[in-house]
Design a protein around this ligand. Structure first.
Ligand SMILES: *Cc1c(COP(=O)(O)O)cnc(C)c1O
Length: 379
């Protein structure tokens, strides 16, 4: 590529088409997808119902702005919040959803400080980057937002930092970019309890973990957590750009007319897709994801745990981290997997990250693990 800033080190092929969990590149080579983009295409590729909804909307209207009523936005928001006392603010990405969350938390509490965690990832804008626990990606960009406080994830000592000085605590219940670090259930409940005790808002970033990835619609449901604010994006419209900031109804007065917005937010085409995604991920669908997860984790235990190349495994549902030993570089493994016809991605700390489309059948998930085992056995 010659005309695009080189912010991404790209693999030397282009994906030109896809069906369900299979992708095809410009040489006609086929791959089993174990990445879903970067955790985006939960319903896979060329989904008939999604295609139909998008095409129907394309033929009606592409853009209307947020100056008028939108039944479609309200339908999607209803599907997101269900019966909870919450409201939705739409945007176009995970970064923007987190940006909105930070703004709302500061305005609602009248406080500045946000506690966040090492190895977290919340986005690349100044606000969301300021609360991201990854120093190298901030290098050279100058001063970050004041008021971001860091501590170690899953560390009981962090509870001491949750005081009434904070506007919010912001966390992922499973850190995705940071290495598939699974939150300790007791620690997460303690964080929530301390937030309530100190009048601090709890913001949960569900951008990667949300939309059925862990077997529940939102990963925090696995832990019986009740965030004041949570954010969605990646899987929400299966690849059309959309994000959502979801907050308690009691926060509505701080996000009144003129306080926040975005030209493209809640775009009708993205909303048409999101509606189908949310209608598809119902209780039966989630039960199916859970069942598949049991199978794939059994397969992982049998085929990957104990290999010389594998230090440990972590994750939940179909969000999986294979932690490779230091002598087995994850980027090399990914290239070998590509040659073997499987697309996977990496995460921090030499982690092979697996985020297969949620619609992938059991047998195919197991086949993918077999391919990974074959490649890892070469080390
Ligand atoms: C990807 C991601 C983001 C950023 O989302 P964008 O759509 O790339 O802006 C934020 N938080 C988490 C947990 C993510 O995985």
């Amino acid at each position: 590529m010659q005309y695009v800033f080189p912010t991404y080190a790209r693999f030397p092929f282009e994906i030109v088409s896809g069906k369900d969990f299979t992708l095809t590149d410009n040489q006609g080579k086929q791959y089993q997808d174990f990445a879903s983009g970067i955790g985006v295409c939960g319903l896979g590729y060329n989904n008939e119902a999604l295609n139909k909804a998008v095409i129907d909307q394309v033929q009606k209207v592409w853009h209307t702005s947020n100056l008028y009523e939108s039944q479609l936005q309200d339908d999607v928001a209803h599907l997101i919040v269900k019966d909870e006392d919450m409201l939705v603010s739409f945007c176009n990405s995970g970064t923007e959803a987190n940006e909105a969350a930070l703004k709302l938390a500061r305005k609602a509490t009248g406080k500045q400080n946000i506690l966040t965690f090492n190895d977290s990832f919340h986005g690349r804008s100044y606000g969301s980057l300021s609360v991201t626990g990854n120093a190298p990606i901030k290098e050279g960009f100058g001063a970050m937002l004041p008021g971001a406080i860091y501590d170690s994830y899953n560390d009981p000592a962090a509870l001491e930092l949750i005081t009434s000085d904070l506007a919010a605590v912001m966390l992922e219940v499973i850190q995705g970019e940071g290495g598939i670090n699974v939150g300790d259930p007791d620690w997460l409940k303690s964080v929530e309890a301390k937030c309530h005790q100190e009048g601090v808002l709890l913001i949960i970033d569900e951008v990667q973990t949300g939309m059925g990835r862990t077997g529940e619609l939102y990963a925090f449901q696995n832990y019986d957590l009740h965030p004041d604010i949570f954010t969605l994006a990646k899987c929400l419209a299966n690849g059309l750009p959309v994000g959502a900031m979801v907050g308690k109804k009691s926060l509505a007065e701080f996000f009144g007319p003129g306080s926040h917005g975005s030209t493209f937010a809640g775009n009708p085409i993205a909303m048409a897709a999101a509606k189908v995604v949310l209608e598809t991920i119902d209780d039966d669908f989630l039960a199916c994801v859970k069942k598949k997860s049991e199978h794939i984790w059994k397969e992982i235990d049998q085929q990957l745990v104990g290999l010389d190349a594998v230090e440990s495994v972590s994750g939940k549902g179909l969000m999986i981290g294979i932690h490779l030993t230091a002598s087995v570089p994850v980027d090399e493994v990914i290239t070998k997997l590509q040659a073997a016809g499987l697309l996977a991605i990496s995460s921090k700390h030499n982690t092979l990250r697996l985020l297969p489309p949620l619609i992938t059948p059991c047998c195919q998930l197991c086949k993918g693990i077999e391919t990974i085992a074959k490649v890892l056995k070469t080390y």
